[in-house]
Design a protein around this ligand. Sequence first.
Ligand code: AMP
Length: 528
Amino acid sequence: MTKFTDLKLDPKVLSAVVDAGYEEPTPIQAGAIPPALEGKDVLGIAQTGTGKTASFTLPMLTLLRRGRARARMPRSLVLCPTRELAAQVAENFDLYAKNTKLTRALLIGGVSFGEQDKLIDKGVDVLIATPGRLLDHFERGKLILTDVKVMVVDEADRMLDMGFIPDIERIFQLTPFTRQTLFFSATMAPEIERITNTFLHAPTRVEVARQATTGANITQKLIQIEPARRDQTAKAKRELLRAVISAEGEACTNAIVFCNRKVDVDIVAKSLQKYGFDAAPIHGDLDQSQRTRTLENFRDGKLKLLIASDVAARGLDVPSVSHVFNYDLPMHAEDYVHRIGRTGRAGRKGTAISIAVPSDEKFLSQIESLVEQEIPRAEPPEDFELSEGAKQPARKREDAKGGRSRGGRSRDRGGRGSKRDQRSEETQQPQSAAPQEQQEQEQAPKKAEAQPEEARSEAAPEAASAPKPQSRSQSSDEGGNARRSRGGRNRRERDNEVVGMGDHVPDFLTVSFRPGAVEETAEDKADS
Ligand code: AMP
C-alpha cells in the first residue's frame, strides 16, 4: 500500500497533508501524483469524492515550490466548470499550501473584477478560474498566459455538458506548448477523448473505479406515486417530500434536495420554508454572495435543507450530509450517482430517497441500468395521503377546451399555458409544475403571511420568460448549461419534427404575389 511519505512530496506539503488527517493516499492520488511529479501529463478518470483535488493540488504545490510568479503571469492554472467548484479547489489549495509561501487567486464570475485584478497584478503562483472569467480577464489585457507551467482541467465532462469545450481549447492554445497538463474527467465522452488526444502529450492514464452507488453505507429508496391528475403532480411531490423529510425525523440532520430545474429549486425551497422547514435554494441564477452565504450556512450546520440544482451542487464537498432527496429523478443517469454521492461520504452512513412519478419511467430504467441494480422501492410514509385534487381523475379534454377552470374562472390557455408548454419543451421535464398549477392553494400550518402564490409568482417568470441577454461572465458559468439545453438537444428534437400537409396544396399557396403586397409585407416586418 502506497504511503504519502513514498510520494516524494515537498515536506511542507506533506506536513499539511498530515495535519489534514489523511492517513494514506486514495487510489487516484497514488496513481496520479508520481507521474505528475515527474513532469508528465496525466489523464485522470475519476469522480468527485475520490480525492482527485489533492491528486493535482499536492504535486502542483511541490512542482511550484521553486521560482516566483511575475506580475500578471500566473505559473499555473486550474480550470473548473462552476464557481462553487473553483471556490472549493481554492479552499483545498489553502489547506495544502498553508506551510508554503505560494499564492493563489480565484477568478470566478459574479465577483467584481477589481479585487481579482489586484491579485493578478501582484503575481500569483496558482490561478483557479472558471473558463469564461479567465478569458474575460485575458481579453481585458490583464492576464498573460505564456508563463503557465502546469494547467489543470477539472471535471472536463461537466465542461462539455456546459458548453465550455471551445473556451478550454482556446485557453490551451493561449498557454505554452511545453506546459504540463493534468486533466480530470469522470467519463470519457468522444469529445473529451478528442481534446485529450489534441492537447495532452503521452499522458499517464489513471482510472479509478466508478463511485460505488450500492455501498452498504448509502441506503437508497424510491417512492413512486401516481397522482391521477397530471396538473397536480408537482403539488403532490411537494407534499410527499415534506412527509418524507418529517418521517426521517432526527435521523435527517441535514440534506440536499435535488430538483431538475432552477424554477423548481425556488418553488420547493419556498414551499418548504412556508411549512416551517429550514430550507434555502441554490442555483446558478442567484446572486453569487447569496450562493456563497447559503453554502457556508449549510457547511456550518446553520442550514438544514439545501435545495439545489445539479450544476450548483456539482462537486460540493460537505463531509457529513445525512440525506439526499431527489424531488425529481435526474434526466441523466450519471447525475443520480453524483447526487447520492453527496451523502455517505468518508465512510459515514447516508440515505438517498427519490420520488418518482409514472413519467419518470424512462429515467428510472436508465438509472437502474447504469447502477446495475434496482433501487429498492418503498411506500410513502404512513400519514401521507395524496391531496383531494391529486386523487380526482383528470377532467375530460372537452371540459378543458371549454376554458373553465375548477374555480369557474376562464383560463388563459393561449398565454400562460403556451408559456408553460414552451418551458417544459426547453427543459424536457414533462411532469413539471406549470404556472397555473403553481397558483394553487396550499394550506400551510405555519407562517400564514408567506403565501404560496407569492413564492411561485416570483419563481415562475424565471423559466417562463425569454432568455435574458447575458454578459460574457454570466453566460460563462452555469448560464452555459441553460444555453446548451435551449440550443442543444431540444432544438434538434424540435427541428426533427416534420409537419406537412401530405399531397394537398391549399389554393393560397399557388397564387402569385403582387409586387406591392410583397414590399408592404417586408416593411411591416422591419417595423415590427
Ligand atoms: P475530492 O474528490 O477532491 O472532492 O475529495 C473528497 C474528500 O476527500 C475531501 O473532503 C477531501 O478532503 C478528502 N480527502 C482527499 N484525500 C484524502 C485522503 N487521502 N484521505 C482521506 N480523505 C481525503
